[in-house]
Design a protein around this ligand. Structure first.
Ligand SMILES: [Zn+2]
Ligand SMILES: [Zn+2]
Length: 296
């Protein structure tokens, strides 16, 4: 069976391989197609597309954005949406992602301030040192707390300080479902809900969530995912067919940052057949503005 992988991360977000190294690994693994879907950034896509061309690997330019699911789920929740085949030079998308990054840049100093107010003299430099030049986020705050011996483990760092509602929590600005999905579509991307099984929703709740996201323009469901077991993969594939969503699949490969996940193979048993690619591509082409009929 020919395989594809439509969900992976590079050093442009929180993966450990450069976009070029990732494409090379995809080629080496014998994949028929590979998508790069970094969190909230398309900065790696230029290099990724060039590497795909050089290596003769079909590469799909993508992105993974977080949208605010609080209202749809009635509790604090982030939903991850992939945009496959986004135009990495699209001005609206670049501006939208810049807004997100600026919000993130404002958030980290606010978290530092909260720690300082609690009498814990963390500095942003100290936290950033744990990020190794990548986007700084809460996991790096957890590492800094561990190193200072303030907490015993990551769980305690989140539970006492960093999780939603905890002492040093600062809410993250996110797109609304309509904004986020609209932005991906405007940039030519096919919006796909990532790892729906990780939301741990009952079938009924997932279905009503999907219907509401479809009202906002959702087109696909990542039924095949590393951390979905076989039963979940099958149930999600059936649900997608029933709702008219196109099925996608990917590993969420991060390299050394998540060493148990292998490109194309997930935890070992992931198989995303290359035959899915045609349906995804067709669905995406339907979203593009139709060219005017000549002569009219
Ligand atoms: Zn995700
Ligand atoms: Zn991901």
């Amino acid at each position: 069976m020919h395989l594809i992988d439509l969900h992976s991360h590079s050093t442009a977000s929180d993966g450990s391989l450069s976009p070029r190294e990732l494409a090379a690994l995809g080629r080496q693994a014998g994949l028929k197609a590979l998508a790069l879907t970094d969190h909230d950034t398309i900065a790696g896509l230029e290099e990724f597309l060039a590497a795909g061309q050089e290596l003769g690997l079909e590469v799909v330019p993508g992105v993974e954005i977080s949208i605010n699911g609080d209202e749809l789920l009635g509790k604090p929740a982030s939903l991850h949406v992939l945009g496959l085949w986004v135009d990495h030079r699209h001005q609206g998308l670049l501006e939208g992602l810049k807004t997100l990054q600026e919000a993130r840049a404002r958030r980290n100093p606010q978290i530092v301030q909260k720690f300082n107010d609690l009498g814990i003299p963390l500095t942003l430099e100290e936290v950033a040192a744990h990020a190794g030049g990548q986007l700084v986020g809460r996991p790096h705050f957890a590492q800094a707390l561990l190193q200072r011996g303030i907490v015993r483990d990551r769980g305690e760092a989140f539970g006492r300080y960093l999780a939603a509602g905890a002492k040093a929590y600062v809410p993250k600005w996110r797109f609304s479902p309509a904004q986020g999905i609209g932005l991906l579509r405007a940039a030519g991307g096919l919006p796909v809900l990532a790892h729906p099984g990780m939301l741990k929703l009952a079938q009924f709740d997932l279905e009503s969530l999907l219907r509401r996201l479809m009202d906002h323009g959702l087109e696909g469901l990542e039924a095949l995912y590393s951390e979905h077991d076989t039963a979940i993969r099958q149930a999600l594939t059936r649900l997608a067919a029933r709702l008219g969503l196109v099925v996608s699949g990917g590993s969420d490969f991060h390299g050394r940052a998540k060493p148990e996940i292998r490109l194309g193979l997930g935890l070992g048993d992931l198989r995303v057949p290359a035959t899915l690619l045609a349906a995804l591509r067709q669905r995406r082409e339907k979203l593009l503005p139709q060219p005017p009929v000549p002569g009219r």
